[in-house]
Design a binder for this molecule. Structure first.
Ligand SMILES: [Zn+2]
Length: 224
């Protein structure tokens, strides 16, 4: 009851008091609520709160947000070689001119890449699979493993570190990648102790990530 009263008080915000009663009739707002409700962790109520905040700050939030979303839609795409995100034609992850170490860290998704990047523990290239084998929505072709193999050959990569979660899908994918790379001389390793079973890479703290990288184990000598 208290929560309900609080929400009512929030909706009676003076800036929007005139708008809210008409809200259900505004197609744009209803469409926005539908879209925002699809975001992770947000239901219709949270979506409404966010939208009220946005539309009551038209110049400060709505306008730059609309422009930035438009630019993001136009410019940001998945790199067809490494699977990371790139702006326009430039893929910073594929760029070889930055003195990166000759190592590739294979992750499941962009959030994992960002976690590892922000921990500062790895300064090589990333390969973002966009899923794992066993995930029904992802085809093997979308994992871009042909271009991973090509990069290992061309860039004289010394080590491929497989940083996938310790789930069945993660392990199946790790052995599939090992198989793809078996004709190269590249060292293949995967994150070691400290990685919780089934734990998502993106949710690990920096200390756990550091430990998992430090204790990574070789995959090359494992039997098929
Ligand atoms: Zn790239």
């Amino acid at each position: 009851m208290r929560k309900f009263q609080k929400q009512q008080a929030g909706l009676a915000c003076p800036v929007l008091s005139g708008h809210f009663n008409q809200m259900q009739k505004l197609n744009e707002i209803e469409e926005l609520i539908k879209i925002i409700s699809k975001l992770p962790g947000l239901g219709p109520k949270s979506a409404k709160r966010i939208i009220l905040k946005i539309i009551s700050n038209k110049e400060d939030i709505l306008k730059p947000m609309a422009n930035t979303l438009n630019a993001t839609y136009k410019n940001i795409t998945r790199c067809s070689l490494c699977g990371s995100l790139k702006s326009a034609e430039i893929c910073k992850n594929c760029n070889t001119s930055k003195g990166k170490k000759n190592k590739i860290c294979v992750v499941e998704n962009i959030a994992d890449q960002w976690s590892i990047e922000s921990s500062g523990i790895f300064d090589g290239y990333f390969h973002v699979l966009g899923g794992t084998i066993g995930t029904t929505t992802v085809s093997k072709k979308n994992l871009l493993l042909d271009s991973l193999l090509e990069k290992v050959d061309k860039e004289k990569i010394e080590e491929v570190i497989i940083a996938l979660s310790a789930s069945v899908e993660g392990q199946t994918t790790a052995y599939y990648i090992k198989d793809i790379l078996k004709h190269t001389n590249v060292k293949i390793s995967r994150l070691g102790q400290g990685l919780p079973v089934g734990g998502e890479i993106e949710s690990l703290d920096d200390g756990t990530l550091f430990s998992a990288f430090k204790n990574r184990t070789g995959l090359n000598s494992d039997s098929d």
